[in-house]
Ligand binder design. Structure first.
Ligand code: NAD
Length: 674
């Protein structure tokens, strides 16, 4: 918590910031080498109407960049990820130039030229002489602290480092560096700006290599040091337990040897132990395998490599947290989303346990003396929310589900954390209510991870128990004395929608959508989804029939018309203020779900039920319809919920569920036979 407050001066959810300036109209990217054009493509695809200047001292990279941008847009169109009109707008208004004077009207300039301090300083001097005094200027440096680049500028307050990850047009995280010369307005603005344009920014301290390159560069450097003991392929193979691709494979993808030597040399200011491995100076391409290939690594060698890799990973993680360079949540998140780790370093530690982590670190100290060790207890490094951002606004606890890489889908950790936040603040007199919202602009929550469910197929009791275990947050909200409002910032589906409808009120941005897609997988929404909507909004029964039995998505206006959504907002920036007003409105009269039987119209099962173009299972639809009917007839909420869990247990044992879940896991369309 302490380093959250040090780094996040305003809010943890960037979209809660109300910036004084809007989105830029003209942006420049300086440097059209490896990453510059990718940053440009991200900017144009997020904001097709802006003017983009791509600047280089050399003509060749500019020509290559133009071709690259066109190829990206074409690929997006071919894959139907972008409409041709949008692709045309993305490629329109891009100026490939060698003339800095063109940048006069830019609101934002992002420098991505060669990693060299004097060269970058010169570029910034040039830019500052051309752009307006309030234009924001940033550097995409991988390692150079902001003060070394910007201290001597006339207006350092509008400068900082904004560090992207390859491929910059797609990779979500961007590090925004908090340094003493930048104004809070600049840091806040950039934090908001990146989130508004589809990125997942994180704030880091102004240390050499910031957060994620401390991990990546040292992970690669340590791997290079290990070449004294093993081959690149063996080291990659051992690393694959923790990452999707080993360090040498990744280095090859980035043309063999990106700037590890430079960055680790810079880190030597913190101690000689950071010295880059000599071999990095003489190799451009590493002899390694494609991830997943069979490679023989003898057991004792595997153990030795594994311990060293974990040693460097944990050492850097402790150091980042202890020095307040980044928060544990961002470290965990960034390693997974930007660096390809299967689990965050703190999750790996949690899985191994305190004793094993201590053993690894003691060995690491012996083999690699000088590297940072833990300064706090094991449990201190585990005491953080992995998936939630929690802010306080106007005495309201705003809970943001942050898993943008999975459209904020729920899992056991996420729901456990929501419950924990609520329980902690229920008796806090400074908190009058809660808002649950999703990170970013796309999704509130697109459902729940499939998790352990496949193991339960065919086991009725286990499936019923599973549904009950997943329902803890919902049951808790039913009894809460303080109001909870769901603020739908985007898509709410499946398990995510089951959380939203149990909140005491819903508000939404107009372009959000609501859907129970479960039936398409041959299952049903078992955590209240089949019974709660009818009890809360019986006037919407016909709509709910189509949603639950046929997987039909509904628009927010339809939900508002039946009273399911209490307030719709046109402008997403108004969503949280509207949710706070809703908390005040229901403060003294929290609506509760009826205990009474509800009347629902009969559901006629079509001859061939369809969800869009997907033919559904007759058997699954029939079980779902029966569950809905019985749930409505139940004479208490508890009884109806039990009917919902039982329906889930029943459907989990039918053929359709087996086929639906297998098809989902195999990424194909299901074929239901009955
Ligand atoms: P690169 O060497 O591929 O490209 C650098 C480009 O800058 C070249 O085209 C060069 O002609 C141009 N350039 C040099 N001096 C210039 C000047 N005065 N004005 C305009 N252009 C000039 O380098 P890169 O890999 O694209 O990296 C650029 C920056 O981004 C570096 O600071 C690097 O640390 C950082 N970075 C790179 C990556 C990556 O994946 N490549 C990731 C994160 C950060």
């Amino acid at each position: 918590m302490e380093n959250e407050k040090q780094l996040y001066l305003t809010t943890l959810n960037p979209l809660l910031i109300k910036p004084e300036r809007g989105l830029p109209g003209a942006v420049a990217v300086i440097g059209a080498g490896t990453i510059g054009p990718d940053i440009g493509y991200y900017l144009k695809s997020a904001m097709p109407d802006i003017t983009l200047f791509l600047v280089d001292i050399d003509e060749k990279p500019l020509q290559k960049a133009e071709k690259r941008m066109a190829a990206y847009a074409q690929k997006a169109v071919d894959k139907r990820k972008m409409k041709p009109e949008k692709a045309a707008a993305v490629l329109n208004n891009i100026f490939y130039t060698q003339d800095y004077k063109d940048l006069k009207e830019c609101d934002l300039v992002i420098e991505a030229a060669t990693e060299n301090i004097p060269l970058k300083q010169k570029i910034f001097e040039q830019i500052e002489n051309i752009v307006r005094p309030d234009a924001i200027i940033t550097s995409n440096t991988s390692s150079i602290p902001a003060d070394r680049l910007f201290t001597h500028m006339q207006h350092p307050e509008r400068t900082t480092v904004t560090h992207f990850f390859a491929p910059a047009w797609r990779s979500l995280p961007v590090e925004v560096i908090l340094w003493e010369g930048a104004s809070q307005e600049t840091v806040d603005y950039l934090f908001w700006f990146f989130a508004s344009t589809g990125k997942a920014p994180i704030i880091t301290g102004n240390a050499i290599c910031f957060v994620l390159d401390r991990i990546f560069d040292n992970w690669c450097n340590e791997s290079a040091c290990l070449l004294e003991l093993a081959t690149a392929s063996q080291i990659d193979k051992v690393a694959e337990e923790f990452v999707f691709a080993g360090p040498f494979f990744v280095l090859n993808m980035a043309n063999g040897n990106p700037i590890i030597v430079e960055t680790n040399t810079l880190q030597m200011e913190e101690g000689a132990h950071y010295q880059p491995a000599a071999i990095l100076n003489s190799v451009d391409r590493w002899a390694t395998h494609r991830p997943g290939s069979e490679v023989d690594v003898p057991d004792d060698l595997r153990q030795q490599i594994r311990d060293r890799l974990l040693g460097i990973l944990f050492s850097q993680s402790f150091d980042i947290i202890d020095r307040g360079i980044g928060t544990p949540a961002d470290l965990n998140f960034g390693c997974q989303v930007a660096l390809g780790f299967k689990k965050g370093p703190l999750d790996i530690m949690r899985d191994l346990g305190e004793k094993e982590v201590s053993r690894i670190m003691a060995r690491f100290e012996k083999e690699r003396p000088g590297f940072p060790q833990a300064q706090a207890s094991f449990s201190d490094y585990q005491a953080f929310y992995r998936y939630l951002l929690t802010d306080e606004l106007d005495n309201v606890r705003v809970i943001t589900l942050r898993r943008p890489q999975a459209m904020n889908a729920l899992n056991d950790d996420v729901t456990g954390e929501i419950l924990d936040v609520m329980q902690k603040d229920e008796n806090n007199p400074d908190i009058k209510g809660f808002i649950i919202t999703g990170y970013g602009t796309q999704a509130f929550s697109a459902g729940a991870d499939i998790g352990k469910f496949p193991e339960m197929l065919g086991d009725k009791d286990a499936s019923v128990q599973y549904a009950k275990d997943c329902a803890k947050v919902q049951l808790h909200m039913d009894r809460m004395a303080k109001p909870v409002v769901a603020a739908l910032n985007g898509l709410a589906m499946g398990g995510g929608l089951e959380v939203a409808i149990r909140c005491h009120s819903l508000v939404a941005v107009k372009n959000a959508a609501l859907q129970f897609p479960e039936i398409g997988l041959g299952i049903l929404p078992g955590i209240g989804g089949c019974v709660v909507p009818y009890r809360k909004w019986p006037q919407g029964a016909a709509l709910f029939h189509d949603m639950i039995m046929l997987g039909k998505p509904i628009k927010t206006q339809d939900a508002a018309d039946i009273g399911m959504i209490n307030q719709l907002v046109d402008n997403p920036a108004d969503l949280i203020a509207t949710a706070i007003a809703e908390i005040d409105r229901i403060q003294d009269a929290i609506p509760r779900i009826t205990e009474q039987t509800v009347d629902v119209p009969a559901f006629e099962i079509p001859e061939q039920p369809m969800a869009g173009k997907q033919a559904l299972s007759m058997e699954a639809v029939a079980i779902t319809a029966e569950t809905v009917k019985k749930g409505a007839a139940a004479s208490s909420l508890e009884e109806s919920l039990e009917i919902g869990y039982a329906g889930f247990g029943r459907i989990a044992c039918c053929e359709a569920a087996k086929e639906g879940i297998s098809a989902f896991l195999q990424k194909r369309r299901p074929t239901f036979t009955k």
